[in-house]
Design a protein around this ligand. Structure first.
Ligand code: CU
Length: 347
């Protein structure tokens, strides 16, 4: 599909160039010569496409390394993450040699408490290029603390998370679009000091992240193209929870599970990089929404919650009958590209 998309785009471009070059002779162009022109341009692009895999990444598929998370004080945690190159199946039989945090895309979910100081280490296992970490959960000097870590080096930074919310994190190494679109994104939940007012009535909770995939490591497509896939993943809120990558199939084949009468809370974030999410659950209404996950940002009775790129929310709803409740972005062209996940509700 990717190749096809590319061929079509470049084929049209080749045709335009060809016609321009022919000037007055364009009327005499035969379909044969048009096809030839298209083929040549397509071939050239296919060659170029192969080079979009950085040579040092070519045969690299680094085993996912679990995030290290350790609470070392009442308000202090140590976190160690890796930047690494790992194959991810983003659609059935479609492997993407993703640039990742810890071998997952999106990266592992981090859950801390409001006021926690995070001693954060990024270990760059990528032999070829620098990576970095930009946490939206903190306020700090980007030029001091979101800096590049060179290949095979580590960097340690200390941040404090002073506001509750569901925040994006991502690699910020330039061009940031390439690093994010190739898979270097994820979510930090900063739990409110006094909790959410509805904590006591929630029965089930899941984390759900939306992201997009484009032509492999293709900055032009990242910049001007439309996504090939728009996908959801779920991440472990606690030990034993499921942890999936952003793909078109896992959360349809193996739905999230709930029971009739449950009040379900979703921690959601749209890590983009480019698209807005119109977050909706078919057959449900959000009784309460905490925009960006801050308990002070309360919305009632929402059908659809808009998540800008990097935006998050906590949404809660009840399921009164058994059935499959499909989570979508209500931009249905994106559902067509994969953006659906199922919550299966049983008696
Ligand atoms: Cu990076």
């Amino acid at each position: 599909m990717k190749n096809m998309k590319k061929s079509i785009v470049i084929g049209a471009l080749g045709l335009a160039l060809f016609l321009t070059g022919c000037g007055d002779e364009k009327d005499t162009a035969t379909s044969d010569s048009k096809d030839k022109s298209n083929d040549e341009v397509s071939a050239a692009v296919n060659d170029e496409k192969e080079t979009t895999i950085i040579p040092a990444h070519q045969d690299l598929n680094q085993e996912p390394i679990p995030i290290k998370f350790e609470r070392v004080g009442e308000h202090k945690v140590n976190i160690e993450m890796t930047a690494q190159i790992t194959d991810i199946e983003i659609a059935p039989n479609e492997i993407y040699k993703a640039w990742t945090f810890n071998g997952e895309a999106p990266g592992p979910l981090i859950v801390v408490n409001e006021g926690d100081t995070m001693n954060f280490t990024l270990k760059n296992m990528d032999p070829a290029i620098p990576h970095s970490m930009d946490f939206h959960a903190v306020e700090t000097s980007p030029t001091k603390n979101f800096i590049d870590i060179m290949p095979d080096e580590s960097g340690t930074f200390t941040f404090t998370a002073n506001r509750p919310g569901v925040f994006m994190y991502h690699c910020a190494t330039g061009p940031a679009l390439s690093h994010i679109a190739n898979g270097m994104h994820g979510v930090v939940i900063v739990k409110p000091k006094d909790g959410y007012p509805t904590d006591d009535i929630v029965d089930k909770e899941f984390a759900l992240i939306q992201n997009e995939w484009y032509n492999y490591n293709d900055l032009d497509d990242f910049t001007d193209g439309t996504p090939n896939q728009v996908v959801f993943s779920t991440k472990a809120l606690k030990e034993g929870d499921r942890n999936t990558n952003g793909d078109t199939f896992t959360l349809k084949d193996e739905p999230l599970q709930a029971k009739v009468g449950d009040r379900i809370r979703l921690y959601i974030n749209n890590v983009g990089p480019n698209q807005v999410s119109s977050f909706h659950v078919v057959g449900a209404q959000f009784d309460v929404t905490y925009l960006d996950g801050n308990p002070e940002n309360v919305l009632k009775g929402m059908q659809t919650v808009q998540l800008p790129a990097s935006g998050g929310a906590v949404v809660e709803f009840e399921v009164f009958e058994e059935g499959d409740y499909t989570i979508v972005t209500h931009q249905f062209n994106h559902v067509q590209k994969g953006a659906a996940a199922i919550i299966r509700v049983t008696e």
